[in-house]
Design a protein around this ligand. Structure first.
Ligand SMILES: NC(=O)c1ccc[n+]([C@@H]2O[C@H](COP(=O)([O-])OP(=O)(O)OC[C@H]3O[C@@H](n4cnc5c(N)ncnc54)[C@H](OP(=O)(O)O)[C@@H]3O)[C@@H](O)[C@H]2O)c1
Length: 348
């Protein structure tokens, strides 16, 4: 394990150089890894494990879209594809990759197969951290570990096929066997991670829920709308408002920030843009920091988990979701966005 300095803070990081795939295979050679769930993470992780030579099976409820997808991907019924209970029974490591709502519903079916010495693996800290609400309380004599790829299962697979990887966090909640660490790091490498950084279950879920409600999706959509509305109220056309708000950000600026960082972007823009952005950055931070504080508190108290779990239980959730998404899709801003996308050179 290497200590790497991130802006003055030392963190434990495991790279492929120091923990090779060969070592991971050695650690996992007597394990049967059951990937339970074939949604988004399930395919990425199970196919990468298989291609890396790990003994892996898939557990998926039958007669469903995900079962059919597993069959299409080459998994064979009763050979390496089983229903959830049979896979859990055969496994020594259970990778619980159902949706978070599915995990709550299926927990009582999995639990009897969590016998002494097995490991229970998650890709999200949700079920364990909020177990007063999810009911997911593993027996004391199993390892409970986590590898959370910081990206979609689709990218995990795509990048693996290209010989690259997605960075993942890893955590240990319970080390009953004394082998939890070598198990989790081996699995992290074998599912195709680029490098692994250390976290714990709580930090993983708190940061994840904050990030998706915040800058990654919630805040982003909110500030897009705020700026677009102000431009429109002041007489700017939809094209102008959309291009200044979304298109320039996604097409031009963010790829450059990803490559070179924020200071580089400031340094490589006009003085007009640079001076204004540098000054307004502080005003925006001051304005939104209280909202982020409020959001983090809502995550930490379990309030966000409660909302998610209650929403998942509502039978009309999907129907109402479609109405909410329709409102966004049909708003002037995103209709303008559709036109802007269509007009991009090279778009049919
Ligand atoms: N999405 C990502 O890329 C991503 C990234 C990092 C971490 N994670 C974490 O990885 C885990 C898996 O996430 P995911 O996005 O891959 O899940 P997902 O696509 O939402 O999960 C779908 C899977 O769950 C099954 N499922 C749903 N409800 C079920 C129920 N009531 N009973 C039985 N099976 C049920 C589905 O089977 P059916 O087709 O039969 O419904 C399918 O196999 C989660 O903990 C998530 O937070 C996800």
């Amino acid at each position: 394990m290497a200590k790497i300095n991130f802006g003055g803070v030392e963190e434990n990081v495991v790279t492929r150089e120091e923990f090779s795939l060969e070592k991971a295979k050695q650690v996992l050679k007597n394990e049967v890894v059951a990937v339970i769930g074939y949604g988004v993470q399930g395919p990425g992780q199970s196919l990468n494990l298989k291609d890396n030579g790990i003994n892996v099976i898939v557990g998926q409820r039958k007669n469903s879209k995900s079962w059919n997808k597993a069959v299409e991907d080459g998994w064979k019924e009763n050979v390496n594809l089983f229903d959830i209970e049979e896979a859990a029974k055969q496994a020594t490591i259970i990778q619980f990759l159902l949706s978070d709502a599915g995990q709550i519903e299926q927990w009582n079916k999995i639990k009897p197969y969590l016998t002494k010495g097995k490991a229970l693996y998650f890709s999200h800290g949700f079920g364990i951290t909020f177990n007063d609400q999810t009911g997911i309380v593993p027996p004391k004599d199993v390892d409970v570990i986590l590898v959370a790829p910081k990206g979609s299962g689709t990218s995990l697979r795509r990048l693996f096929v290209q010989g690259k990887g997605i960075n993942s966090s890893y955590a240990i909640y319970q080390d009953a066997s004394g082998k939890a660490k070598e198990r989790v790091i081996s699995l992290g490498m074998a599912v195709g991670s680029g490098y692994l950084f250390e976290t714990d279950f709580k930090k993983e879920v708190y940061s994840d829920l904050t990030g998706e409600r915040g800058i990654l999706m919630g805040a982003l959509a909110g500030v897009f709308e705020a700026q677009y509305n102000v431009l429109r109220k002041n007489g700017h056309s939809p094209s102008e408002a959309f291009n200044e708000t979304v298109e320039e950000l996604t097409q031009s600026l963010m790829p450059l920030v990803a490559e070179n960082g924020m200071d580089w972007m400031y340094a490589n823009t006009s003085v007009t843009a640079q001076r204004g952005a540098l000054d307004w950055r502080h005003k925006f931070r001051t304005a939104v920091e209280p909202v982020f504080e409020n959001l983090y508190e809502s995550v930490k108290t379990g309030n966000e988990a409660k909302i998610v779990i209650e929403s998942g239980r509502k039978t009309d959730y999907r129907k109402n979701l479609e109405a909410e998404l329709k409102e966004i899709r049909e708003s002037e801003m995103w209709q303008a966005g559709k036109q802007v996308r269509n007009l991009r050179p090279g778009t049919k």
